[in-house]
Design a protein. Structure first.
Length: 500
């Protein structure tokens, strides 16, 4: 349906049948005139701009209020309060140059402008609303844009040159397209309850966080170091992802409606897309190639100081950091969950595919590992799809790029930075050395000392010896025997004297 409506719009514009929708009674401007004063336009700078725009008149009539274009140079008209803009109900474009405020509140901005785009299925005329373009050229202090009332038609918001750390676009009701270019913001806030048609982030060197889930049909992220994307891919129709740190190889696994995919300069070790979209995606690998914004060229001139186009830009290579483990004189590199059946090695590569997710280099010297990964199936005429033709493919490349240009419409060329790691070898454990044992030294036995013999008396211990002490008992028995012998000898001598 979207393609049919788009075709009708283009046909209508080419054939000159575009006409404004007849204004209904309830949408007519009720006042015949508006007096430009402090009540209707409280901001003095805005009031002066309106008076000068309408040739110095302070009374505006219906044809004045039907103006479609407002362009303000902030340096000349430093407008900070846009109250009064609600009186203009046919606005198609609002431009503000060099806005210096922190908050831009455009509540009241609305438009009922529409054009005839054919007929509904029931035969009634089909009218489509003109988008309201809000373009902020160079807004260094801007961090918040607000539109807190339904603007009627949808808003295309472009912000260029914001220097603040946070940029909040989540409070813009009716936001259809968001273009942020040349911004220093590290955080971007979006309203995840809004389905966007186009969402473009370009030249945001500090962007690392997007608050809120992105819902878009056409998504382009170029030159931003963001690594994690929280996006709804169900309705994603076109996707350009150039020069980021995104590495989620399954990011597009459920992008069933995807028909356009340009990638390059990211951190993918491989990239899978939905099987339902694989045979019809117009895919191209722009790594190390000249990128000229083929899908949104007409919009991205806003990123530059002139309107003649964008400058030359070559995309970085797609390079990933991997570990090469060395063991037994070989190197192995493992890439988890990668389908090795979709891998193609360059002809001059010395690496081989070992098994389900491992490369092997059977030599002692480490060499670079580069490989191709098939992202989409080759184009088949039978499918009637538009992929693989190369019409939007890159045509200029960095001279020393090693990838094969002929594979860019189906494969992704992936270069690696390998960090060698050797498996630690187990050193043989030394058995503890036994110290030689010395022979135990026998202590010399002490001979019992002879006690002097006392002939006249026998010393009797006042305390009986411990019967368990056999050494002491032997000692006392010896003393007793000596004493008895001494007594016997004395008795014999006395007996001899008597006989004589």
């Amino acid at each position: 349906m979207k393609k049919i409506l788009a075709a009708l719009m283009v046909f209508s514009l080419m054939t000159g049948f575009v006409q404004d929708e007849p204004t209904e009674v309830e949408t007519q401007i009720q006042q015949n005139q508006i007096v430009v004063d402090e009540t209707t336009f409280p901001d003095e700078a805005f009031r002066n701009y309106i008076i000068n725009k309408f040739d110095g008149r302070t009374t505006l009539y219906d044809y004045d209020l039907a103006t479609e274009y407002i362009s303000i140079e902030y340096n000349e008209y430093p407008v900070n309060d846009f109250t009064g803009i609600e009186h203009f109900t046919k606005i198609k474009k609002l431009e503000v140059y060099d806005y210096q405020g922190a908050v831009l509140d455009l509540t009241g901005l609305k438009s009922t402008n529409s054009f005839w785009a054919g007929y509904n299925p029931d035969g009634t005329p089909l009218f489509l609303g003109y988008s309201i373009e809000v373009i902020l050229f160079e807004a260094p202090n801007l961090h918040t844009v607000q539109v807190n009332e339904d603007p009627g038609n949808q808003i295309e918001l472009t912000i260029r040159g914001s220097k603040t750390a946070t940029l909040d676009a989540s409070q813009v009701l009716g936001l259809k397209d968001l273009f942020v270019v040349r911004s220093d913001a590290s955080t971007l806030k979006v309203n995840e309850g809004i389905q966007h048609l186009r969402f473009v982030l370009k030249d945001m060197p500090n962007l690392v966080n997007i608050e809120g889930k992105l819902h878009a049909e056409e998504l382009m992220i170029v030159n931003a170091p963001i690594a994690n994307l929280n996006i709804d891919v169900e309705n994603l129709y076109t996707f350009d992802l150039i020069n980021t740190n995104v590495s989620d190889s399954e990011l597009l696994a459920n992008a069933h409606n995807l028909e356009w995919l340009l990638v390059g300069g990211n951190k993918f070790s491989y990239l899978n897309v939905s099987e339902a979209a694989s045979t019809r995606v117009d895919y191209h690998d722009y790594s190390a190639a000249y990128y000229d914004y083929p899908l949104m060229y007409d919009f991205l001139f806003l990123a530059e100081d002139d309107t003649d186009g964008t400058p030359d830009m070559y995309v970085n290579t797609n390079k990933v950091a991997l570990t090469a483990k060395k063991a037994d004189g070989m190197y192995t590199v493992k890439v988890d969950n990668m389908d090795m059946e979709r891998v193609l090695l360059p002809e001059d590569s010395k690496w081989e595919i070992l098994d389900g997710n491992t490369f092997v280099l059977k030599q002692d010297t480490l060499e670079e590992l580069n490989y191709y990964y098939r992202v989409v199936d080759p184009f088949s005429i039978e499918t009637g799809m538009n992929c693989g033709g190369g019409f939007h493919g890159p045509s200029q490349f960095i001279p020393d790029y090693k990838g094969h240009a002929g594979l860019r419409n189906t494969h992704k060329f992936i270069m690696t930075e390998l960090t060698p790691v050797e498996d630690p070898k187990e050193e043989p454990k030394e058995e503890p050395k036994e110290e030689p044992k010395e022979d135990p030294k026998e202590e010399p036995k002490q001979e019992p000392k002879e006690q002097p013999i006392k002939a006249t008396s026998i010393a009797v211990a006042s305390k009986a010896p411990n019967t368990a002490d056999y050494t002491n008992m032997s000692y006392y028995y010896a003393l007793l025997a000596i004493s008895l012998i001494s007594v016997a000898a004395l008795s014999a001598r006395k007996l001899q004297k008597v006989k004589k």
